[in-house]
Design a protein around this ligand. Structure first.
Ligand SMILES: [Zn+2]
Length: 128
């Protein structure tokens, strides 16, 4: 799974936990309501990046008296994610949008080469 995918499962897990707490029910109770194991529910809600099917998400949403859509991450949450890009020669540091970071990652995977950018401050090559 890609990092972006893992983040997605993690975000949904957080939303499930939030909704469960709103209803004031325990993980054990949610496990009983869904007929899933307690460890599966616990893994979904923690940072273990437990994956699950759309059908399972739908099932959990119904047990939580809500719909699947409300448990999905808000698009803006993902869009607002940024990564830091730092020059190792000077103090230059900038934030790049996650989309650009993913794009650079894809290029690296395809070409098997490091990507070089020119630092706008010291004009040395930043290898990322
Ligand atoms: Zn620099």
């Amino acid at each position: 799974m890609s990092m972006e995918e893992l983040e997605l499962y993690n975000e949904i897990g957080k939303n499930i936990k939030k909704r469960r707490k709103e209803l004031g029910i325990t993980q054990e109770e949610l496990a009983k309501l869904t007929n899933y194991s307690l460890s599966f529910i616990a893994n979904i809600e923690s940072i273990t990046y437990q994956s699950f099917s759309i059908a399972a998400l739908n099932h959990i949403a119904k047990a939580l008296n809500t719909n699947m859509i409300s448990l999905l991450p808000k698009v803006s949450n993902l869009e607002n994610q940024r990564k830091n890009l730092k020059c190792e020669y000077c103090d230059y540091e900038t934030e790049i949008p996650i989309e650009l970071s993913e794009f650079i990652k894809s290029i690296k995977e395809i070409t098997h080469k490091k990507v070089r950018l020119t630092c706008p401050t010291c004009h040395k090559r930043i290898i990322i």
